[in-house]
Design a protein around this ligand. Structure first.
Ligand SMILES: [Zn+2]
Length: 100
């Protein structure tokens, strides 16, 4: 927390705490529902499903592909790579060259 924020919190502590209390009270039902939805039973199901597909997933993770920018990347990382500077910079350069 920065000093500004801490100052703000100190000055408005009572107000903030009051707001949080009000929020908790008005959202009691939602919070209960949320807790139930994310209860252990759901986690257990998700874990089982993950176990079942674990091998499949790790096989898929190892797969590598060559991107249009020339980078060799993991197939499951393509989405993130496409948004990265590393991917976008060479493409921008090519576009600029083409424009000239
Ligand atoms: Zn790329």
């Amino acid at each position: 927390m920065t000093r500004d924020r801490r100052d703000y919190y100190e000055k408005n502590k009572e107000h903030i705490q009051q707001m949080q209390k009000v929020y908790r009270e008005t959202h009691k039902e939602q919070m209960k529902e949320y807790a139930e939805k994310h209860s252990e039973r759901k986690n257990e199901t998700a874990r089982k499903r993950w176990e079942e597909h674990k091998d499949q997933n790790s096989e898929r993770r190892k797969e590598r592909i060559t991107c249009s920018c020339g980078c060799v990347i993991r197939k499951d990382g393509i989405k993130r790579h496409e948004q990265s500077q590393k991917h976008q910079q060479p493409l921008q350069q090519t576009n600029q060259q083409n424009a000239l």
